[in-house]
Design a protein around this ligand. Sequence first.
Ligand SMILES: C[S@@+](CC[C@H](N)C(=O)[O-])C[C@H]1O[C@@H](n2cnc3c(N)ncnc32)[C@H](O)[C@@H]1O
Length: 205
Amino acid sequence: MTKQNKSGNSLILRDFSELRKQWQREGQEVYQNVNDRVMSLAECLPVLKDRVVLEIGSNSSLHTVLAAQHAKQVIAVEPDADFYMQAVEFTQACGVDNVVLFHGSLQEFFDKNLHEKYGVDSVLAVRVLYHLPAQSTKFLKDSVLPKCKSAFLVSRENKKHKPQNIFNLHKAKHIRKYLMSAGFEMHNIHCRADIPNDVKVIAKK
Ligand SMILES: C[S@@+](CC[C@H](N)C(=O)[O-])C[C@H]1O[C@@H](n2cnc3c(N)ncnc32)[C@H](O)[C@@H]1O
């Protein structure tokens, strides 16, 4: 794969698909895929223009690299070692220079005070918030989101409730409440009828 440095969605998606095939052959766990959900997500990413974005649960960094086309910087947090290594490979192949990959949990990121160090001013979290420990989602709401200017949170409405999911962040209406309690005033919900159960909450101050 040639270095391409932010050369547009279609090339990024094509190159990701190629790498993903290699990861499958090597028997690594593979999660992200290029599909309609990704296309629909990519349409909304300009909301992160010029922001310093904390991406929570970035997996193999497909969304990270797409977001990096708009953001000033994306700091991508991923605890799983295989997914993290896939992200290293993909971001290097794309030649992006405004992505930082953090190998660890969101709580470890917060414990090192890295949100302050990087000056995070936006959050991107795709189908992940309801998996996180209550402590991390509480800290995000109380200490990080109040300092943010924009947030793009994607939920799966049909996700089962989990005990640690104290803010019910598997439903868009609860995500809106969560964001509003962190000072967000303007919020839009983008839904596409052809992608059931996938709800995107975009909030700005
Ligand atoms: C359902 S996947 C979603 C991945 C990606 N956001 C997407 O939509 O393709 C959840 C991701 O969150 C990561 N994750 C799980 N617990 C986490 C934690 N405590 N902090 C940060 N990421 C976490 C997982 O390793 C996984 O990559």
